[in-house]
Design a binder for this molecule. Sequence first.
Ligand code: HEC
Length: 127
Amino acid sequence: MKNLIYITSIVLLIVISSCYYDSEEYLYGTPGGNCADTTVITYAAGVQPVLNQNCYSCHSNGSAASMGGNVKLQDYADVKTVALNEKLSGTISHASGFSPMPKGSNKLNDCYITVIKKWIAAGALNN
Ligand code: HEC
């Protein structure tokens, strides 16, 4: 009986610790943003964290002039502009005619691209 309890707890430990590595960061590989639920998408939870993690090194208010072709993506109003003129979705999905972003890095995971596109399609709201 003692052995059974011992084995059961080892098995439980293995199961629990393997679940830990199922977190979104390990599954999707692009830190920042909430990709777990693409039905509820907001600027604050779904879009801004992805831009923060993947784009602000060149597109923050401070870095845009020297690193990001003077394109700012830190303030909502600036993000809304590139969202509505289609440059945001064009660049992150590497569509032809757009400069592929993030520049010099891997394309964002599809999940994050979907979140951003859905946010744009819903009107690029400041939500
Ligand atoms: C290593 C620096 C760097 C990173 C990181 C980066 N960009 Fe850029 N981005 C640039 C530069 C430089 C330009 C100016 C155009 C060019 O040189 O391609 C630019 C231009 C843009 C433009 C305007 C494109 C146009 O046609 O006018 C958008 C939109 C954009 N970036 C979005 C993003 C997004 C979204 C991310 C993050 C997913 C990102 N960038 C990450 C450097 C970067």
